[in-house]
Design a protein around this ligand. Sequence first.
Ligand code: NDP
Length: 339
Amino acid sequence: MFGLIGHLTSLEHAQAVARELGYPEYADQGLDFWCSAPPQIVDHITVTSVTGQKIEGKYVESCFLPEMLATRRIKTAVRKILNAMAHAQKHGINITALGGFSSIIFENFKLEQFQQVRNIKLEFERFTTGNTHTAYVICKQVEQASKQVGINLSEATVAVCGATGDIGSAVCRWLDAKTDVKDLILIARNEQRLLALQAELGRGKIMTLEAALPLADIIVWVASMPKGVEIDPKSLKQPCLLIDGGYPKNLATKIQHPGVYVLNGGIVEHSLDIDWKIMQIVNMDVPARQLFACFAESMLLEFEKLHTNFSWGRNQITVEKMDRIGRMSVKHGFRPLLI
Ligand code: NDP
């Protein structure tokens, strides 16, 4: 059995979903209500691989909302993630992906020190961040979508916003080792981590977002921003490919500008319909087939009976592991979302 721990993107989103699902009394509640809501299993899932194998899973809604971080309700955010993990384990789930902010909160607030949640001792090997598959899928999107929009990687500058993060650093490693991309721009706030990444790669220009935007042919957005940024599409090159892998999205507005292509990053499409409701709730374009790559990672580990924390810790994703999860992804019928 696989599991997915997820959350909604904002209080407004949570209220709309509650209304849609027929809980009008929840729809009028503010952030305090969501702060006290316990985790719940809200979906039961069956996935069939193109090999014919079938697996079962559960979706655990943690009731975390990004506003909890924005308003410094750190203890609440931590409690939400630990409770959701304990809930998944209590229900006998063998491998669970920590979606969206769940893994970021786990790492940032060092939750491995809180292994005991009431009467449950968390077994961390039952959880995966899903970031290896996400990073792999984003790299494949860079490689394949660039061709679709007429960008030649050997002449292209790729800017990675969130370069020092778990996914961002893996994307940089792959682009350096597996492609002939001309230039890499590294964007984040902490300079020390940027310098360490630059030293590891032996390349990459460190820049601010504002300085990088007009220079980049491709921008990979994988910054852990609780709210997206506004950018002026007129400041971008044409063509320019924006791959937004953030959850919530790193880009605040829907950009419609000639020559600027926006692609949902870290999203895979399955070859067969999945029997579930949850991707409708997060507004996926094709909810029966499209999903977050991190969730797909827990499905892949279940298909392969690899009940282990395949992606764990921070900035330890290797190109070899990305290749390995990539082979499983292809074998079971997932492919990166393209334009
Ligand atoms: P990390 O916390 O490991 O990394 C975040 C990165 O963003 C760091 O480099 C951080 O560096 C940088 N950053 C944060 N805020 C800003 C800012 N305002 N401006 C510039 N850089 C910033 O996160 P992950 O790599 O685990 O996740 C990245 C994103 O991907 C998240 O939005 C997450 O929800 C999403 N995600 C998507 C998945 C999918 O399946 N599609 C799966 C998992 C995650 P610094 O703090 O120094 O600025």
